[in-house]
Design a protein around this ligand. Structure first.
Ligand SMILES: C[S@@+](CC[C@H](N)C(=O)[O-])C[C@H]1O[C@@H](n2cnc3c(N)ncnc32)[C@H](O)[C@@H]1O
Length: 269
């Protein structure tokens, strides 16, 4: 890490329809203004009860693993539902479900979305808190979203924090990070890399969050440990891990939700 940053639902209705709000930020072809589908558990995906409906034939140029990936995509109810509701990614349902549990969008006036592309989380943020200042950052280009300022930027680069702060124009109420470094296939290495990324996102959150603010970050199974967890507990009144139903059961992905930021202060010993 080049920058050397540090050491380290609203209302709680679990199955509340999510698309009763305007869908102005969602793709054409979505059922804008249509009936309100349930976004939280389309097709009961979380229960793993759904049978594979579409089988993909192997093709000469396709590897076995990409055939399996394609088959999984075609049979994933969250993929179908994201397309139907006009979300750019199935990941949108993860943040919807986390918000249903932790209610962090309520009253958020400045929001940062790290690792935002293709934009599902930012779409949800823009829908949930219209008028909020939302700054999305990704190393990959992403299409514009109304009400969201998009920065094409490597978060690990030295200039990233200052660019984000300038775009925000004041302390943030919510810092989201769904950033994931490219996987190596080596579980331990991947775990360490994502924890390092979470550490940097946390350090940034400590710099920009207003007292009472919330930090949501992707980690891997095993959650945040040791120094990182201690640091979070020191700076936030509540630190919880959660795996939203939209997060694939066979994925080690997990989210940490740290709320009640105590305000910038010295790091723990
Ligand atoms: C799982 S995707 C995010 C999906 C997004 N939350 C959504 O709802 O559409 C992870 C993102 O992290 C981004 N990412 C990984 N490393 C990054 C870095 N160093 N700086 C900025 N973005 C990064 C990737 O480009 C990728 O778009």
């Amino acid at each position: 890490m080049s920058r050397g940053r540090g050491s380290s639902g609203r209302g709680g209705g679990g199955n509340r329809p999510v698309s009763s709000r305007p869908v102005g930020n969602r793709a054409a072809g979505s059922r804008a203004g249509g009936s309100s589908p349930t976004g939280s558990t389309p097709g009961g995906a979380s229960k793993g009860a759904r049978q594979v409906a579409v089988r993909v034939k192997t093709a000469r140029k396709r590897t076995h693993s990409s055939t399996l990936w394609l088959q999984r995509q075609l049979n994933d109810p969250y993929v179908t539902e994201a397309r139907r509701q006009g979300y750019r990614s199935r990941a949108a349902f993860k943040i919807i479900q986390l918000d249903e549990k932790f209610d962090f969008f309520r009253d958020a006036k400045r929001i940062v979305d790290l690792g935002a592309a293709p934009g599902g989380w930012s779409q949800v943020a823009a829908d949930r808190v219209p008028g909020a200042k939302i700054v999305a950052l990704d190393i990959l280009p992403m299409d514009e979203i109304s009400g969201v300022e998009v920065l094409l930027q490597d978060f690990l680069a030295d200039e990233a924090p200052e660019r984000l702060k300038a775009a925000l124009g004041g302390p943030a109420d919510l810092v989201l990070s769904d950033m994931a470094p490219p996987t190596t296939g080596h579980t331990k290495t991947d775990h360490l890399r994502i924890i390092a990324m979470c550490e940097m996102a946390l350090h940034f959150a400590e710099e920009v969050l207003a007292p009472g603010g919330t930090f949501v970050c992707k980690v891997f199974q095993g959650g945040t440990e040791g120094e990182l967890l201690n640091r979070m507990k020191h700076h936030f009144t509540s630190v919880k891990h959660a795996k939203p139903p939209a997060s694939r059961a066979d994925s080690a992905e997990l989210y940490v939700v740290a709320s009640g930021f105590r305000g910038a202060g010295p790091a723990p010993e």
